[in-house]
Write a new protein. Structure first.
Length: 429
């Protein structure tokens, strides 16, 4: 067990102490002999690497921690690789949030026009990482947390042979909310959708369906989503528990208004939080993650990542909600589509559990529409194709209009020209 090598790519993220905390909690079942922390921002990496070493030492854990800016060194021979990159950094995220607002569109880092720009920057980088893994660590598992997680999972599964699982802390938080509401964790459930567009459509406890009373309590909220209440009539129209990101679809105009009126974008708030966290991380007396980290929006982040790896390494065959190839789990999606579904996770990876119950037509229709967008987004990112990029934005329910789609795309490409260049050509659907 102690010979395992784990690697965190994008270890300069302020989320990294969450992962270290997860490793500490599961040190008996998931002990890593070596931990490589890789990031291109060397000064920031040294700060976080120092905290990681102190956190491990404080618990008497002798894992060797290596900080490096060399991607190949970090990947070579790794057993588990965690990716949490942000192509373009926080400055690019802030542009993703602000540019769409100029055109009356939602400004958000993972969905809509902003999320699309994030995908154009990030997919090529993740594919490069995957191809290095194919050569340097072909047996490794790649656990990706980088956003937009679902689109990246689709690209990795379509274009590489890497064993990969896409993760998000949203499902873990939703299930934690249900556990809190019921006062019990021994319930069964159906989880339906794709990343950041998902619902829990069934909760069975002692043979009784609980979803109707649970769903009327509203969806889950996340730190990075401006919180708005769902009307009872809205929740009755879609009898399921929605993830917090559904607020951007259900209450689109209100969310756009809220973003436009906000003094600072979420990215600007996060930049200030990160500056404070980095200052705290640099203190030599600090040997645990600070409480302020919870404000960053990563609640149960380590729980999602480390528990999945624990399930693989120790062949636990336990349920986790992850982003994997559908393979018939959701009958309204193609087998090759990446879905966010309940899976049995063991040494062979994640096997989707079929959802047999008929789903609400609103859910199936919206998921199909956004999956079409995701497919086009992957095509645009991989082929660097302007035509596919425009088609993707026209397909997205939060964009749709041709003139807005073209205007926001051209603006975003101009502001991201150091990261993305697209050429015209065959594309579209």
């Amino acid at each position: 067990m102690n010979k395992l090598k784990a690697t965190i790519i994008g270890a300069g993220s302020t989320y990294t102490p969450e992962l270290i905390d997860g490793f500490i909690e599961r040190r008996e079942s998931l002990g890593f002999g070596t931990l490589y922390l890789m990031d291109i921002d060397r000064p920031r990496l040294e700060v976080i690497g120092g905290l990681a070493k102190r956190m491990l030492a404080a618990k008497g854990i002798d894992t060797a921690v290596v900080c490096t800016a060399d991607l190949d060194e970090a990947i070579e021979g790794a057993d588990y690789i965690f990716a949490q990159i942000r192509a373009g950094g926080m400055a690019a995220r802030i542009r993703d949030e602000k540019i769409p607002l100029k055109y009356g569109l939602l400004g958000q880092e993972t969905t809509g026009a902003g999320g699309f720009m994030n995908a154009l920057r990030t997919v090529p980088v993740m594919l490069d990482i995957a191809r290095r893994i194919e050569k340097l660590a072909p047996n490794a598992w790649l656990v990706n947390f980088s956003n937009p997680s679902g689109i990246i999972a689709q690209a990795l599964n379509d274009y590489t042979k890497v064993k990969t699982i896409g993760l998000c802390n949203n499902p873990v938080n939703m299930l934690a909310d249900i556990t809190k509401a019921l006062g019990r964790s021994d319930f069964d459930y159906d989880y339906v959708g794709i990343n950041h567009l998902s619902w829990i459509t069934s909760v069975m406890l002692d043979g009784k369906e609980m979803i109707h009373e649970l769903s009327l309590g509203g969806g889950t909220s996340m730190k990075n989503i401006p919180e708005l209440e769902f009307d009872k009539e809205l929740l009755k129209a879609v009898p399921a528990m929605p993830c917090g990101y559904l607020s951007y679809y259900y209450l689109r105009d209100e969310q756009i208004k809220k973003c436009m009126e906000a003094e600072k974008s979420r990215g600007e708030i996060c930049m200030e939080l990160e500056a404070s966290l980095i200052e705290q991380y640099s203190r030599p007396e600090l040997d645990k993650k600070p409480e302020e980290l919870s404000s960053r929006g990563g609640a149960l982040y380590s729980t999602a990542a480390v528990s999945v790896v624990d399930a693989i390494q120790n062949d636990k065959n336990e349920y986790h909600v992850v982003n994997v190839i559908n393979n018939g789990a959701l009958p309204f999606l193609d087998d090759g589509d990446v879905a966010e579904v309940k899976c049995v996770v063991g040494k062979s990876g994640a096997a989707p559990v079929p959802v047999l119950a008929r789903q609400n037509e609103y859910i199936t229709g919206l998921v199909r529409a956004v999956k079409a967008y995701e497919r086009l987004a992957v095509k645009a990112a991989v082929n660097r194709c302007y035509t596919s990029a425009l088609a993707a934005l026209m397909a997205h329910p939060l964009v749709g209009d041709y003139h807005r789609a073209k205007a926001v795309l051209d603006d975003m490409l101009e502001q991201n020209r150091e990261f993305v260049t697209l050429s015209s050509g065959e594309g579209g659907a």
